[in-house]
Design a protein around this ligand. Structure first.
Ligand code: PMP
Ligand code: GLN
Length: 380
């Protein structure tokens, strides 16, 4: 067959999780928590199933959940999206990202992606027949160079994708970045896809600069979030997209014939959690900050050097004091020989910077898991 996605193989997350399982390694690779979801969420889910909420949900998501998302968004970002016209519940952020791209990007058009970038953007762009245009972030700070973004824009550009807090680096966009994006997109037909799945995992008193805070941005933005990240349930695959009515209408055309609707019982459960237990997302930053700090303090006893982590649940480490291997080879070696699985950064790039010696470790783990990993990393 003439494959439509010739460059796509198995994701690095699956590859490293399998390798970790094969070799009995502590898995700090693929990003998922190894601790339980909040008990109240499990109760709410089972209750929803027992109450009979087991058939198709409305295509856009159940009204109670869209209302709860609207209220939360107003509470956190000072802007209340219209629950009926602007919020669509999706099968994870992944489906939302796919829909947003397919809703507005035509064959032959260009989408600007900032590298390193999460892996699901590029295949969705290519399946749309469009062209990903890669602009590198700073190799040390992972900050965008907005002049380079400006230079990458052509009459064919239809979308810019940003991700804050950023996977894999944890870097966050600041208010100045949001202003720069507004300046670049003003008077163009370019849409913004803002991947904000780690919106509540921000540290040191920083403020998450959602595109929803900025009127000029939100009028052209698809803002994507994931309940998997916020409620420790990546396996439930539920998320949502907030976009203005005209964009949501196009988004929903794709959603309607992609999955039609998403897992109904969990929608009831998340509606309850957002409404009745806002402390969960309010305290998520502090919860993960304690993990980040404990993990970094322990990593200081190894030969790995920690990079700053402003947000998200990944710690980047520079391993150049340990090894000269390239990152893919190092992560395989670390998994097989040293018993700790990590994710190399090169798969997140169209063109990895040469000589970069960084690996990504997920700290969304129980203390015991992190301690077991540290004991092994101390032997490097
Ligand atoms: N975007 C980013 C930056 C992510 O890290 C992830 C999850 N790894 C996703 C999107 C996908 O989220 P979901 O599991 O809700 O589809
Ligand atoms: N988002 C997760 C990560 O970055 C992986 C999700 C997946 O396995 N596709 O590790």
């Amino acid at each position: 067959i003439r494959t439509k996605l010739p460059k796509v193989g198995t994701t690095i997350f699956t590859v490293m999780s399998q390798l970790a399982a094969e070799h009995g390694a502590v898995n700090l690779g693929q990003g998922f928590p190894d601790f339980d979801v909040p008990p109240r969420l499990v109760d709410a889910l089972t209750q929803a199933m027992r109450a009979g909420h087991n058939q198709y949900a409305p295509m856009t998501g159940i009204p109670a959940l869209r209302q709860a998302i609207a209220e939360k968004t107003e509470r956190v970002y000072g802007h209340r999206p219209d629950a009926d016209a602007e919020i669509t519940v999706t099968s994870g952020a992944t489906e939302a990202i796919f829909n947003a791209i397919h809703a507005v990007v035509r064959a032959g058009e260009e989408v600007v992606v900032l590298d390193p970038a999460y892996d699901c953007y590029e295949p969705a762009i290519e399946l749309a027949g469009a062209v990903p245009v890669h602009v590198p972030l700073d190799p040390v700070t992972f900050a965008p160079d907005w002049q380079r973004v400006r230079d990458a824009i052509t009459p064919q550009t239809r979308m810019l994708i940003v991700n804050s807090p950023h996977n894999p680096s944890g870097a966050m966009l600041g208010a100045g970045d949001m202003q720069a994006i507004a300046d670049i997109l003003r008077d163009t037909g370019i849409f913004l896809l803002s991947d904000e799945v780690y919106e509540h995992i921000v540290f040191d008193g920083a403020r998450h600069e959602s595109a929803l805070r900025y009127p000029e941005l939100r009028e052209r933005a698809f803002v994507v979030s994931s309940f998997g990240k916020t409620y420790h349930c990546t396996g439930w695959k539920l998320g949502y997209c907030i976009a203005p009515p005209a964009l949501s209408a196009e988004f929903r055309k794709v959603h309607q014939y992609n999955v039609f609707c998403t897992f109904a019982p969990a929608q009831h459960a998340f509606a309850e959690m957002l409404r009745e237990a806002p402390e969960h997302y309010e305290q998520l930053g502090a919860f993960y900050q304690a993990k980040r700090d404990a993990f970094a303090a322990q990593l200081a006893t190894t030969r790995l050097r920690c990079l700053p982590v402003p947000g998200g649940y990944f710690q980047l480490v520079d391993y150049s004091a340990v090894s000269d291997l390239d990152d893919a080879a190092f992560c395989r070696w670390l998994t097989i020989e040293k018993g700790v699985a990590a994710i190399p950064l090169s798969p997140f790039y169209a063109q990895p910077p040469s000589g970069q010696r960084l690996a990504r470790l997920c700290f969304a783990k129980n203390d015991a898991t992190l301690a077991a990993a540290i004991e092994r990393l101390q032997r490097l």
